[in-house]
Design a protein around this ligand. Sequence first.
Ligand code: ATP
Length: 304
Amino acid sequence: MEYCLETNGLCKYYKGFKALDGLSMHVPKGAIYGFIGKNGAGKTTLIRLICGLQEPTRGSYTLYGEKNTGTGIYAMRRRMGGVVETPSIYLDMTAKENLMQQYRILGVPSTDEILELLKLVGLENTGKKRAKNFSLGMRQRLGIAIALCGSPDFLVLDEPVNGLDPQGIVEMRELILKLNREKQITVLISSHILDELSKLATHYGFIDKGRLVREISASEMEAECRKCKRLTVNDTKPLCRVMDEMKIEYSIVSDTEADIYSQISVTELTMALAKENCEILSITERGDSLEKYYINLVGGGDDE
Ligand code: ATP
C-alpha cells in the first residue's frame, strides 16, 4: 500500500515528558484518516511535527516516501496543507482578501483559482463581509480554503468540528467528503467527536499517552462492530437447518448460541423453529459503536 504519511517510533519529549512515545502510524494515500485520542494524548504534537513546526526527539517519519531528515521533505511538505489549532486568518480582511494574501505569501502570482476555492468551501457569496463577522463554521471553512491555496494533495485538520453547531458540522463533513472524493485529497483529521468521525473516516488510528494503540480500516472496524442479534437456543443444529432454509446470514458462537446478521421476523423464525422442537431462550442486540470500541481499547476515565 502507498502511504501519504508513515511514522516510525516517533518520539517528542518536553523536559522528559513523553508527549509522543514511539508512535508508528500509516496514513494510506486517498484515505480519510481519523486520528482519535483523549485531550493530551499527543494528536496536536504529531501534527506539529509533520508540518515541520517542531523536530522529533527520536524516531522518524516519511511524507510520500521522503524521510523527514532528507532534503526531499521540503518538496513533500508543499504538497501538504493544514489547519492546526485555530485557522490562521486575517480577521479584518474579507474571504477573498485572505486568499489573495495567502497566494502572496506562497509567491503565486496568479489568483485565478480564488473564486473556485471560495465556491468549494461555500464562501462565494460573502462579498465585503470581513472574517471577524463570520460564524465559527465559516472561519473554519476559510481556514481550509487558505490551506488549499497551494493545491495540496494531503490535508491535515486538527479538531475541525470543535465548537461548531449542528449545521456547521454537516457543512464541514460535506466539504471534507467533497475534497476527498472529487479532488482525491488525503485527509488526516484529529478529533474526539467520534460519532461525527464515523460518518467520514476510511481508516482510524487510536492514540493514547503518545502511543498508537490500534490502527484499523473502517471496513475492518465495521466487521468487528457489526450489529447482530445473539440468539440462545437449546440446540443450534436445528437452528442452522431452519436458518439455511430461510437464507439467513449467521455465525455459530457455541452449541447453544448464534449471531444473526440479516433482518429477520422473530415470529416467523420462532414458528419455523417450533416445528423442529427448537426453543429460543433469549435474543439480545449486539454490536459496538465507534465510541464503545474506543472506550474498550483505551478505557474511559479522566483526560490527561
Ligand atoms: P487536545 O485534544 O487537548 O488538543 P492533544 O492530543 O492534541 O490534545 P497535545 O497538544 O499533543 O495533545 O499534547 C500532548 C501532551 O504534551 C499534553 O500533556 C501537553 O500538556 C504536552 N505538551 C504539549 N506541548 C507542550 C510544550 N510545548 N511543553 C510542554 N508540554 C507540552
